[in-house]
Design a protein around this ligand. Structure first.
Ligand code: HMG
Ligand code: MG
Length: 302
C-alpha cells in the first residue's frame, strides 16, 4: 500500500497528557495551551474530560476550560465522556464532539470505568443514542489494544469486536490505544490488519504511548497499512491513571518531525508547536519529553 500524502494529527495533550499530572494545572494554563495548539495548526485538540473528579481530579475544570477557550474556525475540541452523566455535563457546557472509551481487558475495564466489557458496551450504546439525538460528533477509543497492565496479552478478536461495535453504532473514527506502550511494529501491523477487516482503515486512528520507545516505529509501521490519523501529546505529556508506569503519548513534535521528513503533510507549524510545548513544559518545570523538540529548541537558542 502506498503511503498517504496527508496525515491528521489529533492532539490529546490537554486531556491524556494532563490527566495524570500530579501538579494541579489551572484552567487558564490549559486554555492558553489549547489556544496555542490550535494556532499551531492542530485540527483536533482534545481539551478535557467529563469524568469523575473523585477519580481524575485534574479534569475537574473541564467545563470551564471548554467554555472559555477561544475556538478557532475549523478546529474540533472533543471532550472525553465515560457515561450518561458525563454526556449531560458535556451537553450543558456546549460541547459539539465527544470521545467514548472502552477497553479490551476485563480488569482494565473495571479499574478504569468500574464496569465489565459487556457493561461498557451497554454504556456506550446509551451514550451514543443520546449524543446522536443531540447531534454530537462521536469518536471512540479502545484501550489496551497491544497489551494490558493487569492481564498481559490481549485478544485481537476483542479489539476487532469493540471496534466494530463502536463503528456500527456511529463513531466516525476509532482510535486504537496502546495504553502502556508495549507494542512493537509487527504486532501493531497485525492488529491494524485484523481490525481493518471489520472497520475501514480510513476510519481508524492509532494512539501510541511511548513507554518502551516504540511509538514512532509503530506509527511508521501502521502508516504502511493505511492508517492516516495519529493521536499525540505536545511535549510527550501524559500517562494513564489506571496504567501504572505508563508514560506519555508519543510527542507531537516527534511525529511532525518524522512526517515532515517523509514529505507527508500535517498542516502543523513546527515553530508554533515548539512554543506550545515550551509553554506547558515551563509551567510543569521540566524539559519536553521529545527528542525533536529538545534538538530544535537547542538549535533555536543558537
Ligand atoms: P463510579 O464511581 O462507578 O460512578 O465511576 P457511579 O455511577 O457509581 O457514581 C458515583 C458518583 O460519581 C456519583 O456522585 C455520580 O454522580 C458521580 P455522588 O452521588 O457520589 O455525589 N459521577 C460523575 N461525576 C462527574 N462526571 C461523571 C460522573 N459519573 C458519575 N461522568 C466512572 C464510574 C466511569 C464515572 C469513573 O470510573 C470514571 O470517571 N472513570 C474515568 C477514568 C478516566 O478518566 N480514565 C482515564 C481516561 S481513559 C484513557 O486515558 C485511555 C485513552 O487515552 C486511550 C488509551 O491510551 O488507551 C482514552
Ligand atoms: Mg491514552
Amino acid at each position: 500500500m502506498s503511503l498517504p500524502n496527508k496525515v491528521k494529527i489529533v492532539e490529546v495533550g490537554p486531556r491524556d497528557g494532563l490527566q495524570n499530572e500530579s501538579l494541579t494545572v489551572p484552567a487558564e494554563i490549559k486554555i492558553k495551551l489549547i489556544e496555542m495548539l490550535a494556532d499551531a495548526g492542530l485540527p483536533v485538540v482534545e481539551s478535557g474530560a467529563f469524568v469523575s473528579p473523585k477519580w481524575v481530579p485534574q479534569m475537574a475544570t473541564s467545563a470551564d476550560v471548554f467554555q472559555q477557550v477561544n475556538k478557532a474556525a475549523g478546529v474540533s475540541y472533543p471532550m472525553l465522556v465515560p457515561n450518561l452523566k458525563g454526556l449531560e455535563l458535556a451537553i450543558a457546557a456546549g460541547v459539539r464532539e465527544i470521545a467514548l472509551f472502552a477497553a479490551t481487558s476485563e480488569t482494565f475495564s473495571q479499574k478504569n470505568t468500574h464496569c465489565s466489557i459487556a457493561q461498557s458496551i451497554d454504556r456506550f450504546n446509551q451514550v451514543i443514542d443520546e449524543a446522536q439525538a443531540n447531534d454530537l460528533k462521536i469518536r471512540g477509543y479502545i484501550s489496551c489494544v497491544l497489551g494490558c497492565p493487569y492481564e498481559g496479552k490481549v485478544s485481537l478478536d476483542t479489539v476487532s469486536m469493540l471496534a466494530q461495535k463502536l463503528h456500527d453504532k456511529g463513531c466516525y473514527e476509532i482510535s486504537l490505544g496502546d495504553t502502556i506502550g508495549v507494542g512493537t511494529a509487527g504486532l501493531a501491523q497485525d492488529m491494524v490488519e485484523q481490525v481493518s477487516r471489520h472497520v475501514p482503515v480510513t476510519q481508524l486512528a492509532a494512539h501510541f504511548h511511548d513507554t518502551y520507545g516504540q511509538a514512532l516505529a509503530n506509527i511508521h509501521a501502521v502508516l504502511q497499512c493505511g492508517v492516516a490519523v495519529f493521536d499525540s501529546s505536545v511535549a510527550g505529556l501524559g500517562g494513564c491513571p489506571y496504567a501504572k508506569g505508563a508514560t506519555g503519548n508519543v510527542a507531537t513534535e516527534d511525529v511532525v518531525y518524522m512526517l515532515d521528513g517523509m514529505a507527508i503533510e500535517t498542516g502543523i507549524d513546527m515553530d508554533k508547536l515548539l512554543d506550545a510545548g515550551s509553554y506547558i513544559s515551563d509551567f510543569l518545570g521540566r524539559e519536553p519529553v521529545s527528542r525533536a523538540a529538545t534538538a530544535l529548541l537547542r538549535k533555536r537558542a543558537g
